[in-house]
Design a protein around this ligand. Structure first.
Ligand code: PXP
Length: 247
């Protein structure tokens, strides 16, 4: 069976727009868990643009499924992960100016760094996934580094603008899923996955986990706005009624 891990970064992005306390990504995570999510994902970026250290600490305390901490291989963040001990860390490349993670990690380009990172995480009982392009070179390197899992970058597939590139990308994902699975790695998929483009990915047997944020949080706004509006009108009506002002 394939499972869903919900990425709550965008809830924190809305919180940061006002710099206050709401919406709290921890609250969103608990609701997602109750709705059946198999795990919660958050990305603690070096610039702390959305998720903060406090969020990860509280999530570690309250999450009952699985906490997947997305992070770059930066020493400060590595130490935070070793301390907080998420169930899984997903190692991603991180660029200061990027809007979101752009492309997969070059594990093959620095095998020693990533091998030592895996060893440090394993010493604390933390599983490691590398977010990589669907390419043999990166899968081989992830295996050599001792990873438990690879998360295949589906962003290029999600952005494919014509049928040819879409089927090429899907083929790369299928082929890489088989390669990784046969090598003994668990296989996840993430980035740009939505309610439409997920369907062909669901037919790839080796993918066991999806990591989804943007489309799901976007959908939450649409399906929640009617109720939120009604609740505010109820508050207005009941509050004015109590004071006898609702003439
Ligand atoms: N997986 C990884 C490694 C990511 O960096 C992201 C984006 O934070 C996601 C999955 C989720 O992508 P999206 O928000 O497009 O669903």
């Amino acid at each position: 069976m394939k499972t869903l891990n919900v990425n709550i970064d965008h809830v924190a992005t809305i919180r940061e727009a006002r710099g206050g306390k709401e919406p709290d990504p921890v609250n969103a995570a608990l609701i997602a868990e109750l709705a059946g999510a198999s795990g919660i994902v958050c990305h603690l970026r070096e610039d702390r643009r959305h998720i903060h250290d406090r969020d990860v600490k509280i999530l570690r305390e309250v999450i009952q499924t699985k906490l997947d901490l997305e992070m770059a291989a930066h020493e400060e963040i590595i130490n935070i992960a070793l301390n907080i001990k998420p169930d899984l860390v997903t190692i991603v490349p991180e660029g200061r100016m990027e809007l979101t993670t752009e492309g997969g990690l070059d594990v093959a380009g620095n095998p020693e760094l990533f091998k030592s990172l895996v060893n440090r995480m394993h010493d604390k009982g933390i599983e490691v996934s590398f977010f990589v392009e669907p390419e043999q070179k990166q899968i081989d390197a992830s295996l050599k580094a001792g990873a438990d899992m690879v998360e295949l970058h589906t962003g290029t597939y999600a952005n494919a603008s014509d049928k040819n590139s879409l089927s090429n990308e899907l083929y790369r994902i299928k082929k890489s899923s088989t390669l990784a699975h046969n090598a003994g790695l668990k296989v996840a998929a993430g980035h740009g996955i939505n309610y439409i483009n997920i369907k062909p990915l669901c037919l790839i047997p080796e993918i066991i986990e999806f990591s989804i944020g943007h489309s799901l949080i976007s959908r939450a706004i649409h399906v929640g706005i009617e109720r939120a509006t009604r609740e505010m009108i109820d508050v207005i009506n009941t509050s004015t009624l109590h004071r006898g002002l609702n003439k």
